[in-house]
Ligand binder design. Structure first.
Ligand SMILES: O=P(O)(O)O[C@H]1O[C@H](CO)[C@@H](O)[C@H]1O
Ligand SMILES: Nc1nc2[nH]cnc2c(=O)[nH]1
Length: 300
């Protein structure tokens, strides 16, 4: 591909029809013997999760046909195949966000490629601001539900003609976050001694890239959100549309500013710094959950 030779791709070269997704999946399957059953998406500063994979086969996004490019600091832009205690996995070290300027169908296209690779369970992580006043920086929140703010305005990754080969026109979202996997995470967290900083809550997605105003944070909290970020929800919708099981975690990297007397200011460096501090525990939590997953959506 011309784009690959140049080391970057033009926006228009990233295509996302069923056939484009199939071509990308076939290309990847021809390059590695790993047949992943678990797909992982790493949030800002949380890419170290991929390092836990054994016998790695890694691809830079720029070398994968039809794949977008990571443009955000803290998102390496590599797709890593490997195994975790024998479980075949694929891990996105770097995700795509609306604010990077990609159409919403392109930022979620990797979920459809996961599906075509044979993935059954998707595990997503993100960095998020804590709206819930009980939350502390460094808490890990199991996402039990979401508020899709861009979706309220019609920016939903499933808008446009429905691709029946992936899923139905009107997918249900009241069961988006798998309840058994949430319970498994609570059990694993307790075994690992993480209960003090493990939470369950509602994640709200906004378009970004500007962080929230004080009035916006207050509003989101009143609406029932515990944490706010700029990712994950679009991926969850597409993953559920094509029938994959979903589990998602937010690392609370900063407290959302809710008070006009506060001197605090949200910033990406703090987000990445908190990621570094909790990375090891987050990786242990996720990797232990994966080792308890059995194929065909059962548990070990
Ligand atoms: O959601 P992830 O990719 O973890 O990144 C979060 O961190 C960035 C802001 O610091 C935003 O991109 C926000 O969405
Ligand atoms: N929108 C948003 N995204 C984040 N990602 C990490 N922290 C934040 C935050 O406070 N707000």
């Amino acid at each position: 591909m011309e784009g690959n030779r140049m080391g970057h791709k033009k926006e228009a070269e990233v295509k996302y029809s069923y056939e484009d997704c199939q071509a990308t999946a076939d290309w990847l399957l021809s390059q590695t013997a790993v047949r992943p059953l678990v797909g992982i998406v790493c949030g800002s500063g949380l890419g170290g999760l991929a390092d836990a994979l054994k016998d790695q086969v890694a691809f830079n996004y720029r070398d994968i046909p039809n794949f977008p490019q990571s443009t955000v600091h803290g998102h390496a832009g590599r797709l890593v195949f490997g195994t975790l205690k024998g479980r075949p996995c694929v891990c996105m070290q770097g995700r795509f966000h609306l604010y990077e300027g990609y159409p919403i169908q392109k930022i979620t296209m990797p979920m459809r490629i996961f599906k075509l690779l044979g993935v059954e369970t998707v595990i997503l992580t993100n960095a998020a601001g804590g709206l819930n006043q009980d939350y502390k920086v460094g808490d890990i929140m199991i996402i039990k539900d979401h508020l899709n703010m861009p979706g309220f305005a019609g920016n939903n990754p499933l808008a446009g003609p429905n691709e029946e080969r992936f899923g139905v026109r009107f997918p249900c979202m009241s069961d988006a976050y798998d309840r058994e996997l949430q319970q498994l995470a609570l059990d694993v967290g307790s075994e690992l001694g993480f209960s003090d900083f493990l939470r369950e809550g509602v994640y709200c997605v906004l378009g970004g890239p500007s962080f929230e105003t004080i009035a916006e944070c207050r509003m989101l909290h009143k609406l029932g959100a515990d944490a706010v970020g700029m990712s994950t929800v679009h991926e969850v919708i597409v993953a559920r549309h094509c029938g994959m099981r979903v589990f998602a975690l937010s690392l609370i990297t900063n407290k959302a500013v809710m008070d006009y007397d506060s001197e605090e200011k949200a910033n990406h460096e703090e987000v990445l710094q908190t990621g570094k501090q909790r990375a090891e525990q987050l990786e242990r939590l996720v990797s232990t959950i994966i080792t308890r997953l059995e194929h065909n959506n059962n548990f070990a």
